[in-house]
Structures are given as C-alpha cells and as structure tokens.
Design a protein around this ligand. Structure first.
Ligand SMILES: [Zn+2]
Length: 89
C-alpha cells in the first residue's frame, strides 16, 4: 500500500493550515535564489503564507520567512508578495 504524501501548507505567520488557493508560496531554489512561486510547482524549499495582509506583516516583522527558508529575503521579494496580496483584495 502506498501512502500519498500531502504537502504541508502551513502559514509561517499564523501557523494555520492554508488551502492551495489562499496560499502564497515562497521558494528557495536549489541555486539559492528566493522567488515567489506563482505556479506552486517550482523545485526547492518552500514556505507558505496566507494571502492576507496581517500574515504578511507578521511574517515580515518576525522574519518568519527567513527562519523557515534559512535565507535572507530581500525587500524586492517582500514587495512582490505584497503586490500579490493587494492584487486579490
Ligand atoms: Zn496566515
């Protein structure tokens, strides 16, 4: 019997499980680049964040993404995430 692995989509800010539609995926690619993964299919270590302004603020202030990805997140990436959140509102 094979067990299907369900990827964990837990928001790094609020700690809640998030559905695929409501999640933003930030990926550290194998080459060490941090990207906002809009397709959800990129390879690399991923961190999830609710498409929510409160979670964004919490994540940024608490450096939750940095901790989760063990990498620096540039202001440029934060701006991209912000753009995505604002797009949906
Ligand atoms: Zn959240």
């Amino acid at each position: 019997m094979t067990e299907k692995k369900v990827p964990m989509r837990k928001c790094v800010a609020c700690g809640e499980m998030i559905g695929k539609k409501g999640a933003l995926r930030i990926v550290r690619t194998p080459s060490g680049e941090i990207v906002l993964d809009k397709t959800g299919k990129m390879n690399g270590r991923g961190a999830y964040l609710c498409r929510d302004m409160n979670c964004f603020t919490t994540a940024k202030k608490g450096r939750k993404l940095e901790r989760s990805l063990k990498c620096q997140i540039s202001e440029e990436i934060y701006n991209k995430i912000l753009e995505e959140i604002e797009k949906d509102e």
